[in-house]
Design a binder for this molecule. Structure first.
Ligand code: SF4
Length: 226
């Protein structure tokens, strides 16, 4: 009997492994990887139909991408890009496409957006607004309703009156920080915005010039950076 070398053994083991992988059903996957034209279109989703997808917005950052969330038995199990949104698919699918037609249409999504599932189901996720209930750094908190939080953030006041040393400290609300409260100024800006929309807003130079003309002049005279 021929003595088997270490190299023969490794080659034989590799062949057996490849055959086993094919036998286990990886054959089509491997074939498709080697030749992307092999295979057919992705079949309809076997788990959920169009009603199993929720179209909403990602709040993992302030971009607010469109997302398409797969929901199985009331639980979100996968987040994809919303194919109706130009942010996530360019060009996006026609808005007239029905959800049934779009069931297998998806957009791209960044990893942070896909990790939204972890945020949603994180056991340590804060589900209530926590308000400081002791001196800074004391790690003492009290849960308050959302409505109260919004009111206090907007209105301000002696928000920490129960904290020793802060009984009389007044916290300014966001409404105090709002820069423009003059009704006439707001009205004028609104009128200007309408003129900008129409492309008819002018600025005072030696002779009036429309912003559109100004923009196109700047654009055409722009020189490439060296
Ligand atoms: S998908 Fe990514 S980029 Fe878009 S909103 Fe979510 S985290 Fe931001």
């Amino acid at each position: 009997m021929k003595k088997m070398s270490r190299r023969d053994f490794v080659k034989g083991a590799t062949s057996v492994g490849a055959l086993a992988a094919f036998g286990l059903g990886y054959g089509p996957v491997i074939a498709r990887s080697l030749n992307p034209t092999v295979g057919s279109e992705t079949p309809p989703d076997p788990v959920v139909g169009p009603e199993g997808y929720l179209y909403t917005s990602c709040l993992q950052c302030n971009t607010g991408c469109g997302i398409k969330v797969k929901v199985v038995d009331g639980e979100a199990v996968k987040i994809e890009g919303n194919p109706y949104t130009p942010f996530n698919r360019f060009p996006h699918i026609d808005y007239a496409t029905t959800p049934a037609e779009a069931v297998n249409e998806f957009g791209a999504l960044c990893p942070k957006g896909q990790a939204g599932l972890q945020t949603a189901y994180d056991p340590y996720r804060l589900r209530k607004v926590l308000k400081r209930a002791g001196p800074r750094g004391s790690n003492r908190w009290v849960a308050i309703p959302f409505a109260q939080a919004i009111r206090e953030i907007a209105d301000g006041g002696t928000l920490f009156a129960s904290v020793p040393g802060e009984e009389t400290r007044v916290v300014p609300g966001l409404k105090e920080l709002r820069a423009m409260r003059d009704p006439q100024t707001m009205k004028d800006i609104g009128a200007d915005a309408k003129n900008v929309q129409k492309g008819t807003m002018t600025i005072t130079l030696e002779k009036p010039i429309s912003l559109r003309t100004l923009a196109s002049a700047r654009h055409s005279s722009a020189k490439p950076a060296r």
